[in-house]
Design a protein around this ligand. Structure first.
Ligand SMILES: Nc1ncnc2c1ncn2[C@@H]1O[C@H](COP(=O)(O)OP(=O)(O)OP(=O)(O)O)[C@@H](O)[C@H]1O
Ligand SMILES: Cc1ncc(COP(=O)(O)O)c(N)n1
Length: 450
């Protein structure tokens, strides 16, 4: 539960460029502030004509108007924390530095140099101003590996190098330095914070996605939002890493280049919790209403599961703890649905979603030729895997069988099928698992089969 102080909403300010494509810059910052419950204000430094592929034009805002925007916000609304993004020239950097010093605002500096599409967003002769004027007034600075190389003057090829660079940059004035690992190699994206003489390292699986435009902007905006709430740098770092990882996982597939990440992913996920749980409740009601369920109930019981739209793991999948069992001819759920209640069906859903984002629900029923024929006669696509063909290294890994089996069945069908079955193995009951967008529609299919 996040307690929101409605009497005093925290205020964050972003001093950055506008991205017409809505993916990076102030657009990403405002979405991130909003996602974290902070009121966002802006001082636009440059207007870019930009999309997912390129920066076509840049118009810098005059230094007077940049200063006027900051003063307008500070004098009336007040600012708890600010961040900088694209600051194109030395003049802009110097003006921003003066304003920050005058109002003593806690500042996060994202030393944006080159856009993901390759366009320079900081003039080469302005790096000196960034180091001399901005870093000394920064609370936190968040370079990516390439930016850290420019600032620290060392090459970064490893986590060890990143640590060394973070220390060198800390000597330039900021309290905390985070060297981000998005542009490094390796199966994990590792970010390093150097703060008060200690290092904190946060890791996340490196996600394969084209849609990473705006990651650095959202990351620094999330840190700013948390500082605005009065959180400590370390805690802000954790929140930012989490938000950005989720936002990349559900990046927005628009444009032909690098689409934007989705800073709202966590928020949308939370907003769907109740509705998702209620779909499972309704599906259970339909199953419990089936007159004679003997042909569809497996020995181990039936379960119904449905995931949140932006699910990350089995905690984001609702199902019935203890499953639904046959009592006489009718089905009876042992308890009320909860999130995280079925690892088994969660694996079916989460693996299917790697192929088709629309899949959110699953129900398992007993395997029989008759049930398979019914599914086929309803025009549903059925695929299968054979547990006896499971490679040894998959068998050895806890929880790996279902993801492997789903992959086999999906590749066989050429898409995520409407149902996947296997004929069992030693100690494993054969099973049919129905997959679809909605738990209620799947329960209706099961009712028709029964
Ligand atoms: N493919 C990825 N998978 C997981 N996390 C990633 C990936 N790419 C970037 N990140 C994370 O996103 C955040 C931003 O890192 P990155 O190094 O990409 O910054 P940046 O280069 O400033 O971003 P941008 O390219 O938007 O300017 C970091 O927390 C980083 O670990
Ligand atoms: C206005 C503006 N600010 C920042 C970035 C950097 O973001 P990215 O490296 O993801 O392109 C950008 N492209 N445009």
């Amino acid at each position: 539960m996040v307690w929101i102080d409605l009497k005093r909403v925290p205020v964050a300010l972003t001093i950055a460029g506008s991205d017409s494509g809505g993916g990076a810059g102030i657009q990403a910052d405002l979405k991130t502030f909003a996602a974290l419950g902070v009121h966002g204000t802006v001082a636009i430094t440059s207007i870019t004509a930009q999309n997912t592929r390129e920066v076509r034009a840049v118009q810098d805002v005059s230094v007077d108007v940049i200063k006027a925007q900051i003063e307008a916000v500070v004098s009336d609304i007040g600012v708890d924390a600010a961040k900088t993004g694209m600051l194109h020239t030395s003049e802009i950097i110097e003006a921003v530095s003066e304003e920050i010093s005058r109002y003593k605002i806690p500042l996060v500096v994202d030393p944006v140099m080159i856009a993901k599409s390759g366009a320079p967003l900081l003039k080469e002769d302005a790096v000196g101003s960034l180091i001399r004027r901005l870093l000394p007034v920064a609370k936190v600075v968040t370079p990516n590996a390439r930016e850290a190389e420019v600032l620290a003057g060392v090459r970064i090829g490893s986590v060890e190098d990143a640590r060394r660079a973070a220390k060198l940059i800390a000597d330039m004035g900021p309290e905390g330095v985070i060297v981000k690992g998005g542009h490094m190699e390796g199966s994990e994206s590792i970010d390093i914070l150097f703060y008060q003489g200690d290092f904190i390292e946060l890791r996340a699986p490196r996600l394969e996605s084209r849609n990473t435009h705006g990651t650095g902007c959202s990351f620094s905006a999330a840190i700013t939002a948390e500082l605005a709430k009065g959180k400590d740098i370390r805690e802000a770092f954790r929140v930012a890493k989490d938000l950005v990882t989720h936002a990349i996982m559900y990046g927005i597939p628009v444009g032909k280049g690098h689409g934007p990440l989705n800073p709202m992913a966590s928020l949308y996920n939370e907003s769907e919790r109740y509705a998702t749980l209620m779909r499972v409740v309704e599906a259970v009601r339909i199953l419990e209403g089936i007159e004679d369920a003997r042909k569809i109930a497996p020995e181990v019981g039936i379960n119904v599961a449905m995931s949140l739209p932006y699910a990350r793991d089995s905690h984001d999948v609702a199902a019935v703890p203890g499953r639904i069992h046959l009592v006489g001819r009718k089905l009876k759920a042992t308890s009320y649905p909860e999130f995280g209640a079925s690892d088994h069906l969660a694996r079916y859903i989460l693996t299917s979603r790697l192929y088709d984002r629309e899949i959110r629900a699953a129900i398992n029923i007993a395997y029989s030729d008759e049930n398979l024929e019914r599914l086929a006669s309803m025009g549903l696509k059925v695929s299968w895997y054979d547990r006896r063909e499971e490679p040894g290294e998959v068998k050895a890994r806890e929880g790996a069988t279902i993801p492997w089996g789903v992959r086999v069945a999906v590749e066989r069908a050429g898409r995520v099928p409407d149902a996947i079955f296997h004929r069992g193995d030693w100690g494993k009951e054969p099973m049919i698992v129905l997959l679809g967008r909605d738990a209620v529609s799947l329960a209706e299919v099961v009712r028709s089969i029964a």
